[in-house]
Design a binder for this molecule. Structure first.
Ligand SMILES: *Cc1c(COP(=O)(O)O)cnc(C)c1O
Length: 363
């Protein structure tokens, strides 16, 4: 069996050990004679899979007891609508929220929230082409906001916050799609965290939501039943049929993370991987990364070649060398290496060796 090194931004690499375990259990889960895909979501077998996954996630992130963990569908993009629908407070017509704009995903969240109320952009780094995150002192938070939303890790620009915004008594909401589980996280600082699974959790089709329980139960008029967090919480995320196989696979990833030593161990490995790759890029005239040093993402590393005319050659040769999915997002071009939990240090070493050789030959 040969596995390429996969730097895809999403759906992203999964740990090989997880895929092998899933293969072993594919047709006959724990001697029950059927696949997890073929079980009723209400069977005691699947409920045990679901509960174990939640328990392991709670352990990994040290999620306080007053937070609900929801396993939802519709991706992070549905959360762009669900957050305002569930968290706006006050009178219809007067709904307000603060959003920090650090890139393409922030912009989408803002555009969706504007369908339901007013958005105050508390800070934006658009003028510097989204190559930094604003400092706390640059946030213009408004009194009337029901909550404050930000994107701790912008997957496309490779921009990460190096602090947790302080929002006083306003719930802080974060789109953690591309950095959840990459390091320990103080969940108690947040009102709500959401993350599409296909970057650092598991396969697509699942979105994890972690929400403080006092925020549940006040939706704006017209909120669909399926978009009401309280409905999901009261039904243990089984109001309707959940994405059972994705949930099961996410559970296998959580077990794998625990075996690796949990999130402190992952943070150490991820820190080393990122330091190596940025160190190489900074030390080589042929490659560049435009992001402010303290805001560089440890998960998504965009880089450009000195001559963009070589982009196609770089992609063809890297693919031939077993290094896949290095093209930057279509909106920014260049290259991007996503180095999530499942992308090993060996993969990063192989990428750096390829980049050094490519620069030597073409520089
Ligand atoms: C990938 C991504 C999204 C979109 O996720 P979907 O599950 O495809 O809706 C949103 N926000 C961030 C930060 C992402 O990385």
């Amino acid at each position: 069996m040969s596995r390429a090194f996969n730097f895809c931004a999403g759906p992203a690499a999964l740990p090989t050990a997880v895929l092998e375990r899933a293969r072993e259990e594919m047709t006959d889960w724990h001697g029950k004679g059927l696949s997890v895909m073929e079980m009723s979501h209400r069977s005691k077998e699947f409920v045990s899979v679901a509960e174990k996954a939640e328990q392991d996630l709670r352990e990994l992130l040290a999620i306080p007891a007053n937070y609900k963990v929801l396993f939802m569908q519709g991706g992070a993009s549905s959360q762009f609508a669900m957050v305002p629908m569930n968290l706006f407070r006050g009178e219809p017509g007067g709904y307000q929220a603060d959003y920090i704009n650090t890139g393409q995903w922030s912009k989408k969240a803002i555009a969706e929230a504007r369908r339901y109320g007013d958005v105050n952009v508390a800070a934006t780094t658009e003028a510097d082409h989204f190559t930094s995150a604003p400092a706390q002192s640059e946030l213009n938070l408004s009194d009337g906001a029901s909550y404050v939303h930000y994107t701790p890790n912008e997957t496309i620009g490779g921009v990460a916050f190096d602090y947790i915004p302080e929002t006083g008594d306003k719930p802080l909401v974060a789109d953690f799609s591309s950095s959840i589980l990459s390091e320990p996280l103080d969940v108690s600082k947040y009102g709500l965290i959401y993350a599409g699974a296909q970057k650092n959790i598991g396969p697509a089709g699942l979105c994890v939501v972690i929400v403080r329980d006092d925020l549940l139960g006040q939706t704006i008029a017209g909120t669909p039943t399926m978009f009401d967090y309280k409905v999901a919480a009261d039904a243990a995320s089984m109001y309707n049929t959940p994405p059972t196989y994705s949930w099961y696979l996410a559970g296998l990833v959580f077990e794998w993370l625990k075996e690796q030593g949990g999130l402190s161990a992952m943070a150490e490995i991820n820190g080393r991987k990122a330091a190596k790759l940025y160190g190489f890029i900074d030390g080589n005239d042929f490659y560049a990364n435009p992001v402010a040093v303290n805001n560089r993402s440890k998960m998504n590393v965009p880089f450009t070649l000195a001559d963009a005319g070589l982009d196609k050659t770089f992609l063809a040769e890297s693919e031939a060398a077993g290094l896949l999915n290095l093209a930057g997002h279509r909106s920014v071009g260049g290259m991007r290496a996503s180095i999530y939990n499942a992308v090993s240090e060996d993969a990063v070493d192989a990428l750096i060796a390829f980049m050094a050789d490519f620069a030597q030959r073409h520089g």
